[in-house]
Design a protein around this ligand. Structure first.
Ligand code: ZN
Length: 302
């Protein structure tokens, strides 16, 4: 990727899950007020998808691209499993394509063997019908993206209040140039390596300082570094992106990344422009016309 394309891509994703994981939630979320003119074609799609509290009762499909699409027949990750707990329940974003939900359950069950953690804390996956969100992410729209905390699941059930208020750990040094050695552990590297080796995983996004640590710690076998790519934020959690489910026509895969992504490509992330990016003018929100036409069916399905 050229320097300019990299910057444009990175800035476009600037809001993607940056501070969102650390915003605390509330035990008594207020439902959004009904829209006065939901059929107005200018209505932002996030206002429509953000008001859906249940999945579209259609067969499971990821439709469109990771940052421009929706999901039919989504499943919820149960808020508790033996080896996982869902955080920020008030957001109702624990929905995903059944492939992703099954993947997360399998991954968390393996976590104790991977790095000794009791399990994983799961942040945002997607809204019940996917689509753009009122707060937080540019992607996470087709039920194939999930944020997982870089903090181990504790050895006890967290209360609902703790799940709204507890903060994850910032893994990056205040100068953003490297990980914080007082919190970064070999267990983090082991987990990211294991997730990256899963064939269904297309990408993992981490903060550039974390990528730097992985490049340093990978040793001889570097193939697993390819899927792990730097992104703004992602210093409290990492982002797992699965490839499109087999046979899901209309689900748009990204081109596979090349190389280990270390070296010069990574160095660009530590330039002043990238460390202190100036966000461009706000973009007009996406409307239904900009999403795949089938997302309209997903939105209204009863
Ligand atoms: Zn994310």
């Amino acid at each position: 990727m050229t320097r300019i394309r990299l910057l444009a891509f990175a800035l476009a994703a600037l809001t993607a899950c940056s501070a969102a994981a650390q915003e605390s939630g509330t035990l008594a979320p207020k439902p959004l007020p009904p829209l006065a003119n939901p059929d107005d074609p200018k209505t932002p799609a996030k206002e429509l998808f953000g008001r859906k509290t249940d999945p579209a009762p259609l067969s499971a499909r990821s439709i469109g691209g990771y940052a421009r699409g929706c999901v039919a027949g989504a499943q919820a990750l149960p808020i508790d499993g033996e080896t996982w707990q869902v955080m920020r329940l008030s957001r109702n974003r624990n929905w995903g394509h059944p492939n992703l939900i099954a993947f997360l359950e399998r991954l968390t069950r393996r976590t104790p063997q991977i790095n000794g953690w009791p399990g994983l804390l799961v942040g945002d996956i997607a809204q019940p019908r996917g689509g753009p969100m009122i707060t937080g992410h540019a992607s996470h729209q087709i039920g194939l993206d999930a944020d997982v905390w870089l903090t181990p699941m504790p050895d006890r059930r967290l209360s609902r209040a703790e799940r709204e208020q507890m903060s994850a750990t910032d893994m990056v040094r205040p100068d953003r140039l490297d990980v914080d050695p007082s919190v970064w552990t070999p267990g983090h590297t082991a987990l990211l390596r294991a997730v990256s080796r899963e064939p269904e995983v297309a990408r993992i996004f981490v903060n550039a300082a974390i990528k730097k640590a992985l490049c340093r710690e990978a040793g001889q076998d570097r193939a697993w570094l390819t899927k792990i790519r730097p992104m703004f934020g992602h210093n409290y959690h990492f982002h797992i992106r699965l490839a499109c489910p087999a046979g899901d026509e209309g689900c748009a895969d990204q081109d596979p990344p090349a190389g280990d992504g270390c070296g010069a490509e990574l160095d660009q992330w530590f330039t002043d422009k990238m460390l202190h990016p100036k966000p461009g003018p706000p973009r007009p929100p996406m409307t239904m016309a900009q999403l795949p036409p089938e997302c309209r069916r997903v939105l209204v399905a009863k």
